[in-house]
Design a protein around this ligand. Structure first.
Ligand code: GDP
Ligand code: MN
Length: 388
């Protein structure tokens, strides 16, 4: 789960990383109150989960209540790269002497955590990596030692950051690692990490991705989750415990296994269609989970056909077929459904589906065949009255 900047700052603050105090709101009048509380000059920042807010006009420095109100009115409701700004964060504006970059993430190819530090922050790190790769210090951290203050000092020493702030930056790196490892994050990034004219180091921005698999041991994350940006379909899917991502095509996808679901998306694309969603049923695709999946897909008005792609392994196709039959008794489909069953007990499974004898239910034995059929049906646009 990606956090908004204000949540990321809250997360950082709980690990002792210095940030400026402030507050979040969706009301222009409240922006003025907060700005007056934190003191002018203040900064009003759009809360959207996309970078480059500064360049897009989503961050404004204000020096009095009139400017605060005007900034709030212009930023709230603004569109930044397809994200509508619903909330702004307001904090006392910092004086900036220098902008650095610091991040920790998992380097999957090296199978180790990777710390990156650069004295060229405030700009997109990708562009620094392109134009000036030696300006980024990269260091892998083994999980036994973790990121000690000694290692942090070495990293900072290699970065070109002036020595009077070495200790301040090194201490923040250690805390950032704590936040990353104990806090179960997949990514923590501070860009910019600033130095003030008084030579104080602190985080001016916060980008955090939490590891969804660690939800069970972080009840405090519920608060973050409630603010998550989900569309109606995704919210329903989440309530039903499904691994679902909404897309904007017309073929609803149900598959067992994330890899198979992704291949299904590819195959639908390959035959000229487009997927309405990603949906992985996971292991054991029983009646309950199939019912939930069909319900979620049914709520999507863009769906013109559904493709169910099951490869039976430990999960047997006849069980899945019975699950589908069961689900179809509870859910009235609003579009035709193409079912591909292959693997363990596939013939038995197909027979069960064929016995339904429905004009809106099609059985296919290959993935490409099923995709072709689903795309064709989606293009034909069967009226919902035709569906049993
Ligand atoms: P991003 O553009 O979405 O990454 O948003 P940031 O929070 O990183 O802010 C972008 C830029 O706005 C920073 O690099 C700063 O140059 C500027 N900025 C943000 N907050 C302040 C502030 O408190 N004081 C000053 N002077 N500039 C700020
Ligand atoms: Mn930033």
């Amino acid at each position: 789960m990606d956090l908004y900047e204000y949540q990321g700052k809250q997360f950082f603050a709980s690990y002792g990383i210095p940030t400026s105090p402030g507050d979040v709101t969706s009301s222009p009048e409240r922006v003025v109150e907060i700005a007056t509380e934190v003191g002018y000059p203040a900064v009003v920042k759009a809360q959207v989960q996309v970078g480059g807010r500064g360049k897009a006009g989503g961050i404004k420095l204000v020096s009095n209540p009139e400017e605060a109100l005007a900034a709030a009115r212009s930023i709230l409701g603004m569109d930044i790269k397809g994200h509508t700004v619903k909330k702004v964060w307001v904090e006392h504006a910092s004086d900036i002497a220098a902008e650095y970059y610091a991040s920790i993430t998992l380097d999957r190819s090296a199978k180790e955590d990777l710390v990156m530090l650069s004295e060229q922050g405030g700009v997109e790190i990708e562009s620094v990596a392109q134009s000036n790769p030696e300006a980024i210090v990269r260091r892998h951290i083994n999980p036994i030692d973790g990121l000690t203050l000694e290692i942090a000092r070495e990293i900072v020493g290699a970065s070109g950051i002036p020595s009077d702030v070495h200790e301040g930056v090194a201490e923040i790196l250690v805390k950032l690692y704590e936040a990353y490892s104990r806090g179960d994050a997949d990514l923590v990034e501070i860009n910019p990490l600033i130095v003030t004219p008084e030579r104080k180091v602190h985080a001016l921005d916060a980008k955090v991705t939490l590891d969804d698999n660690a939800f069970y041991r972080h009840p405090e994350w519920d608060e973050f989750r409630s603010a998550e940006e989900l569309d109606g379909r995704e919210r329903l899917a989440k309530d039903r415990g499904l691994n679902y991502i909404g897309l904007d095509g017309s073929v609803g996808i149900i598959a067992n296994g994330a890899g198979l679901a992704m291949s299904t998306l590819d195959v639908v694309n390959q035959v000229g269609g487009s997927a309405a969603n990603f949906l992985d049923l996971g292991g054991g695709a029983g009646a309950d989970v199939m019912t939930a999946a069909l319900e979620v897909i049914n709520t999507d008005p863009n769906v013109r056909a559904v493709m169910v792609n099951i490869f039976g392994g430990i999960t047997r196709c006849d069980d899945v077929a019975r699950g589908i039959v069961n689900a179809l008794e509870k859910v009235t489909l609003s579009s035709p459904i193409v079912i591909r069953l292959d693997g363990t007990n596939a013939p038995e499974g197909r027979a069960i589906i064929s016995d339904l004898n429905s004009e809106a239910i099609f059985v296919e034995s290959t993935m490409i065949g099923a995709a072709r059929r689903a795309v064709e049906l989606a293009e034909k646009g069967v009226a919902s009255g035709d569906i049993r």
